[in-house]
Design a protein around this ligand. Structure first.
Ligand SMILES: [Zn+2]
Length: 81
Protein backbone atom coordinates (compact mmCIF):
# COMPACT_ATOMS: atom_id res chain seq x y z
CA UNK A 1 0.00 0.00 0.00
CA UNK A 2 1.01 3.54 -0.58
CA UNK A 3 3.07 5.16 2.11
CA UNK A 4 2.91 8.93 1.88
CA UNK A 5 5.24 9.59 4.81
CA UNK A 6 2.75 10.78 7.39
CA UNK A 7 0.06 8.27 6.42
CA UNK A 8 -0.27 4.83 5.00
CA UNK A 9 -3.10 4.82 2.52
CA UNK A 10 -5.31 1.77 3.02
CA UNK A 11 -7.98 2.50 0.45
CA UNK A 12 -9.65 5.32 -1.40
CA UNK A 13 -12.20 6.01 -4.10
CA UNK A 14 -12.11 8.60 -6.80
CA UNK A 15 -15.06 10.12 -8.61
CA UNK A 16 -15.11 12.06 -11.83
CA UNK A 17 -16.76 15.46 -11.67
CA UNK A 18 -18.37 16.04 -15.07
CA UNK A 19 -18.31 19.83 -14.88
CA UNK A 20 -14.63 19.85 -14.07
CA UNK A 21 -13.60 16.85 -16.15
CA UNK A 22 -11.38 15.97 -13.27
CA UNK A 23 -11.16 13.09 -10.85
CA UNK A 24 -11.29 13.92 -7.17
CA UNK A 25 -11.01 11.77 -4.09
CA UNK A 26 -14.47 10.82 -2.84
CA UNK A 27 -13.37 8.91 0.23
CA UNK A 28 -10.08 7.84 1.71
CA UNK A 29 -8.98 5.58 4.55
CA UNK A 30 -5.48 5.94 5.93
CA UNK A 31 -3.51 4.88 8.97
CA UNK A 32 -1.62 7.59 10.81
CA UNK A 33 2.03 6.69 11.07
CA UNK A 34 2.43 8.81 14.18
CA UNK A 35 -0.30 7.36 16.42
CA UNK A 36 -1.58 4.39 14.40
CA UNK A 37 -5.17 5.63 14.29
CA UNK A 38 -7.13 4.70 11.16
CA UNK A 39 -9.12 7.63 9.82
CA UNK A 40 -11.75 7.50 7.10
CA UNK A 41 -12.76 10.72 5.40
CA UNK A 42 -15.65 10.64 2.98
CA UNK A 43 -18.34 12.59 1.18
CA UNK A 44 -18.29 16.28 1.97
CA UNK A 45 -15.69 15.88 4.69
CA UNK A 46 -12.82 15.58 2.24
CA UNK A 47 -10.81 18.77 2.33
CA UNK A 48 -10.10 19.28 -1.35
CA UNK A 49 -7.25 21.26 -2.70
CA UNK A 50 -6.63 22.02 -6.32
CA UNK A 51 -5.31 18.72 -7.64
CA UNK A 52 -5.41 16.93 -4.32
CA UNK A 53 -6.64 16.93 -0.76
CA UNK A 54 -5.59 17.33 2.84
CA UNK A 55 -5.57 14.15 4.92
CA UNK A 56 -5.85 14.72 8.65
CA UNK A 57 -5.68 12.18 11.45
CA UNK A 58 -8.88 11.93 13.48
CA UNK A 59 -6.96 11.37 16.69
CA UNK A 60 -3.80 13.46 16.63
CA UNK A 61 -2.86 16.59 14.73
CA UNK A 62 -0.95 14.77 12.03
CA UNK A 63 -1.87 16.01 8.57
CA UNK A 64 -0.48 16.01 5.09
CA UNK A 65 -1.43 17.35 1.70
CA UNK A 66 -1.76 14.58 -0.86
CA UNK A 67 -1.82 15.20 -4.57
CA UNK A 68 -4.08 13.28 -6.91
CA UNK A 69 -1.03 12.57 -9.03
CA UNK A 70 0.47 10.75 -6.10
CA UNK A 71 -2.68 8.80 -5.40
CA UNK A 72 -3.57 7.90 -8.97
CA UNK A 73 -0.86 5.24 -9.45
CA UNK A 74 -1.89 3.66 -6.15
CA UNK A 75 -5.46 3.59 -7.36
CA UNK A 76 -4.36 1.66 -10.41
CA UNK A 77 -2.57 -0.78 -8.14
CA UNK A 78 -5.70 -1.28 -6.05
CA UNK A 79 -7.79 -1.96 -9.11
CA UNK A 80 -5.41 -4.50 -10.52
CA UNK A 81 -5.17 -6.58 -7.35
ZN1 LIG B 1 -2.53 10.32 14.36
Amino acid sequence: MTNTGAFQILSFDMVRIPEMEEEVVDSITARCRRCGHVTTVNDGAVHHLSGGLVMQCGQCSNRQALSNARLAPAHTDLRSV
